[in-house]
Write a protein that binds this ligand. Structure first.
Ligand code: SIN
Length: 283
């Protein structure tokens, strides 16, 4: 089905593509009380556009969590041990006193988990008044498909290690709970998406420490090449511009995102839920 005919087939929601590569703005649905038919259409449109952004929503925490639960069980973030509050809500807050902002670099959420979240839904309540704080998203289907056949053949059966200590200790300075470590797991570099079956690139600069079976400097050079490939190709990307009340839902298996911290010393506030994945990334 072509993109144009697919857009026309949504009967219970309005869908406006954000970019040809990924992303769509969804209107005509109240996420505090979506109907079963709207949720059914959202599942299909999500698989097609990967990142769905819903402006002008009014959600309390329970409604936000209920929307996330429409797609699966809610995930508990490994950093929530240090934050208190609601285990299923990850607070994303940056102000003039922040030492870092969560997600300020290309990454997949919590790819260090054995089964990383299948998706996340971020609800932004406060935006900086200087116009900053957008989030960039990139399609890892397109990133894989744009590699040469020679490089794809080299990478296709390789595994890489994803280590939670890299961002959580290395970048954020948050020690793991006493007596334990953050998750560290190996995943294929080119798994297939469990729903669409399409192959994608699955390494990210936030969590991926090295490629198994290569010398250290070989692994570093190839990872750096792949990270640059993702960050320097705007045609794999779309950009979400938030207003207070925007919720964005992304497929965390086949996209990466980068939260821009271009608004210092202003503040931005949001809350995220993530949805537990159904299976580890697999070839
Ligand atoms: C994140 O989930 O990585 C944060 C995204 C954002 O703040 O835009």
């Amino acid at each position: 089905m072509s993109a144009a005919s697919a857009e026309a087939s949504w009967r219970h929601i309005e869908v406006e593509p954000l970019a040809p590569s990924l992303g769509a703005v969804i209107r005509g649905v109240d996420l505090a009380s979506p109907t079963a038919t709207q949720l059914e259409e959202l599942r299909s449109v999500w698989a097609e556009h990967l990142v769905l952004t819903f402006p002008e929503q009014t959600l309390d925490r329970e409604a936000h969590k209920a929307f996330g639960r429409a797609f699966g069980t809610l995930h508990v973030h490994p950093l929530n041990h240090a934050r208190g509050g609601d285990d299923e809500i990850l607070v994303v807050k940056t102000d003039a006193n922040s030492k870092y902002t969560a997600g300020d670099g290309w990454h997949t959420d919590v790819s260090c988990d054995a089964i990383p979240p299948l998706g996340s839904a971020l609800y932004i309540k406060e935006v900086p008044s200087n116009g900053g704080g957008d989030t960039l998203f990139a399609s890892m289907y397109l990133a894989w498909e744009a590699l040469s056949e020679g490089l794809q053949n080299f990478l296709v059966d390789k595994f890489a290690v994803h280590d939670g200590a890299l961002p959580y200790v290395g970048a954020y300075g948050v020690a793991p709970p006493e007596g334990s470590n953050y998750p560290r797991n190996r995943h294929p570099i080119a798994p297939r998406h469990p729903v669409t079956g399409r192959r994608l690139l699955y390494v990210n600069s936030g969590f991926t420490s090295h490629i198994e079976g290569l010398k250290r400097e070989e692994s570093r050079a190839i990872l750096d090449l792949l990270f640059r490939h993702i960050e320097r190709n705007p045609r794999f990307q779309c950009r979400v511009r938030w207003q207070p009340g925007t919720l964005t839902l992304w497929d965390n298996r086949c996209t990466q995102h980068h939260a821009l911290w271009d608004y210092y010393p202003e503040s931005r506030y949001g809350e995220r839920v993530s949805i537990v994945g159904e299976a580890a990334p697999a070839l």
